[in-house]
Design a protein. Structure first.
Length: 314
C-alpha cells in the first residue's frame, strides 16, 4: 500500500527474507540440518513454509491495495497496474534464472510462481469473500485432481510445481485476502483473535487432510496449501502481538522487509559467492558462518537502502 507502511507486515516479510537466505544457501550443503531443507517427497519442514509465507503476505495486502487504487484511480488503471506488476515479476524471474544458470533453459522459480498467481487471482480481487473462498476451494480441488492425471509428471519436473502449480499457489493469495478483509491493523487485539482463529481452523484442517493426502511441497498439494495458510496466519498474529501490542521490534527485519525484491536478487549474488568460497563438504560450523555473513551483508544492503530512503515499488 502507498502511504504509511505497516511495521508488522514489513517485519514478517523480513522474517521471510531471512528464512529464504538460510534455506537457499543451506540447500547446497549435505551437512545442513534436514529441517532447514525442503522435503523431497512428503512431510513438512521449516523450509517448506518460506514460499507460502511470501504468498500469504502478498495476499493480505493485495486486496487492500487493490480496493484503495480502485477508489483513487478507477478500475481500468487499477487492473492495468496489477497486471503490469505481476508480468514484471514473472519476467524478472525468467531473466534471473537465465543469469544464475548461465544457459538458456526453461526454469521455474518463485518469482514466476508469484507473477502468474497474482495474475490468476486479479479478476477475483473485486469479488466478495464468499466468491473468493468458493473460487479458492474449487481451484484447489481442480488442481488436486490434476495430481492423479498425467499432469503430475510435469508438476514434479519443476521447482514449485511449475506453471500448473500456480493454480494451487494462487489459492494462498485468495485465502489470505479473506484474512486481510478481517483485519485493519488498528484494533490489534481483535485482529490477533481473528487471525488466531483463522490460523487454527486452517492448521487443523491441514492436519486432518494430511491423514488422507500426505503433505507434499513438491506437489504443492491441498494439504500442503491448507497447512501453510494456517501457519502463516498464526505467524502474522504473532508479529502483530510483538510489533503493535508489546512494541517489540527486531531491528534487522524491518529494513529487509521493506525492499524484498532487491534483497531477493542481492542474496542470490551473495549465495553464488558463498558457494564458490565454501566447499560442498565443509563442516557445519563453516557453513553456518557463511549463512551469518550473507545475512549480515544483506542487512547492511537493506540498511543502506533505508538510509537512502529508497523503496522499490512495482
Amino acid at each position: 500500500m502507498r502511504g504509511k507502511r505497516i511495521d508488522s507486515i514489513d517485519e514478517l516479510r523480513g522474517f521471510a527474507i531471512v528464512s529464504m537466505i538460510i534455506v537457499n544457501f543451506l540447500a547446497h550443503y549435505p551437512e545442513a540440518p534436514l529441517f532447514l531443507k525442503h522435503t523431497r517427497s512428503t512431510g513438512f519442514t521449516f523450509a517448506d513454509l518460506v514460499a507460502p509465507l511470501f504468498m500469504f503476505i502478498l495476499g493480505i495486502m493485495y486486496r487492500k491495495s487493490f480496493c484503495k487504487r480502485i477508489i483513487e484511480e478507477g478500475s481500468l488503471k487499477t487492473y492495468f497496474h496489477f497486471t503490469k506488476r505481476y508480468v514484471i515479476l514473472y519476467i524478472l524471474g525468467v531473466v534471473g534464472n537465465l543469469v544464475i544458470r548461465k544457459f538458456v533453459i526453461f526454469r521455474w522459480g518463485v518469482l514466476q510462481a508469484i507473477g502468474l498467481s497474482g495474475i490468476i487471482v486479479l479478476p477475483l480481487m473485486k469479488s466478495s469473500r464468499l466468491i473468493r473462498l468458493t473460487s479458492a476451494v474449487i481451484l484447489l480441488f481442480l488442481y488436486q485432481f490434476s495430481l492423479i492425471t498425467e499432469m503430475r509428471k510435469d508438476i514434479l519436473a519443476f521447482a514449485h510445481g511449475g506453471p500448473t502449480a500456480a493454480i494451487s499457489w494462487s489459492t494462498i493469495i485468495l485465502f489470505a485476502s479473506i484474512a486481510g478483509d478481517m483485519i485493519d491493523f488498528k484494533k490489534i487485539i481483535d485482529d490477533v483473535k481473528k487471525l488466531f482463529l483463522f490460523g487454527i481452523i486452517f492448521l487443523s484442517s491441514g492436519i486432518i487432510l494430511s491423514n488422507y493426502i500426505p503433505v507434499s511441497k513438491p506437489q504443492v498439494n491441498i494439504s500442503y496449501i491448507i497447512l501453510s495458510v494456517g501457519l502463516s496466519a498464526l505467524l502474522l498474529a504473532l508479529f502483530l502481538l510483538l510489533n503493535d501490542l508489546a512494541l517489540i521490534k527486531i531491528p534487522t527485519l524491518g529494513p529487509m522487509g521493506r525492499n524484498p525484491l532487491l534483497l531477493y536478487g542481492f542474496h542470490y549474488l551473495l549465495i553464488a559467492a558463498g558457494f564458490f568460497l565454501i566447499p560442498v563438504k565443509s563442516p557445519v560450523s563453516i557453513i553456518f558462518t557463511g549463512v551469518l555473513l550473507i545475512y549480515l551483508l544483506s542487512y547492511g544492503f537493506a540498511r543502506y537502502l533505508e538510509k537512502s530512503n529508497f523503496i522499490l515499488h512495482l
